[in-house]
Design a protein around this ligand. Structure first.
Ligand code: ATP
Ligand code: MG
Length: 283
């Protein structure tokens, strides 16, 4: 049985559970135990603190894990990064008090820097020839400069709001991270087969995120122009309508360009435009 480790609670828990659910791996939530068997797929889910997931997978106590890439990079355990999962995006950045003048990386020479990611920072400084004192702090790193514990911080940033409210400014983005699927190196063929099946389901779910299904009616004379406007997986489906000289088109559109696409289509005579939710794309 394949065992997959995910975060018990915290920022990645909900989306990890959702991804698994969308991929057809569900558990009965009544009483959550630390290890649960999926109802409909040969998988067990192990709930852990995110700090422990890379080591657990590296040791083979879980075969797969869903964790932020930042944790994988910091912990340094040997795991295979199998797939980016498209959620939990953030970056680890260097930030300094906004009253300071920043003139490039050499600013950090001789400075004290508070972080929960000492290994990632050490590596970055070594690569860039910087010598600084790295202070490993677990907990609220962002208050360290105001408390006089450090000159700068190296911490996770997503919106940047926490930095601003602590009088800090981001000066270097060092590591970009998102949730990733990791695996024990050298999984046996039986487990790898289940892992591959799961990854292909994940792929379908991830591909469907942010996509809409578009249906519309169009004069046949505007068809060529519509095809050039519409992004499609191969090319849009075109079906004749009972009404002569009209046709119906169907295609998949990225949500980001949905409104601009609709406006362009209307401008060339499209009518009866329907936008439908799209769940999964299986290629
Ligand atoms: P645990 O109790 O499991 O140890 P945690 O407190 O260490 O949890 P969370 O704050 O739940 O961790 O964050 C989990 C992961 O979410 C991070 O390691 C990172 O990959 C990702 N993440 C995305 N955005 C942010 C953010 N703004 N702040 C912190 N983590 C973020
Ligand atoms: Mg943690």
């Amino acid at each position: 049985m394949l065992r997959i480790a995910i975060q018990t609670k915290g920022r990645l828990n909900e989306q990890s559970m959702e991804l698994l659910r969308e991929a057809g791996v569900t558990i009965k939530e009544e009483k959550r135990k630390f290890l649960m068997r999926a109802a409909d797929f040969p998988v067990e889910i192990l709930f852990l603190r995110d700090d422990d997931i890379p080591q657990t997978v590296s040791m083979g106590a879980a075969d797969l894990g869903i964790v932020g890439y930042n944790e994988v990079a910091e912990r340094g355990f040997e795991v295979d990064v199998l797939k980016k999962l498209g959620f939990g995006g953030c970056r680890i950045s260097l930030a300094i008090p906004k009253t300071e003048k920043y003139d490039g990386l050499s600013y950090f020479n001789g400075k004290r820097i508070a972080t929960s990611y000492p290994n990632v920072l050490q590596k970055y400084f070594e690569e860039n020839g910087i010598t600084a004192q790295i202070h490993n702090i677990t907990g609220s790193v962002e208050i360290a400069p105001a408390a006089g514990l450090a000159d700068a911080i190296f911490d996770i940033v997503s919106s940047g709001g926490t930095l601003i409210s602590n009088g800090l400014v981001e000066v270097e983005q060092v590591l970009h991270s998102e949730a990733v699927l990791i695996g024990t190196p050298g999984l046996n063929e039986e487990k790898m087969a289940v892992a591959r099946q799961l990854m292909s389901r994940f792929e379908s779910v991830i591909k469907g995120v942010g996509k809409k299904y578009l249906l519309l009616n169009l004069p046949v004379s505007a068809l060529d122009e519509a095809v050039s406007i519409l992004p499609a997986m191969r090319s849009p489906t075109v079906i004749p309508l009972a009404q002569k000289d009209w046709c119906s088109m169907q295609t998949v559109v990225d949500e980001k360009v949905l409104w601009s696409t609709i406006e362009k289509l209307k401008a060339i005579g499209a009518e009866d435009i329907l936008v439908l939710a799209l769940e999964k794309i299986v290629l």
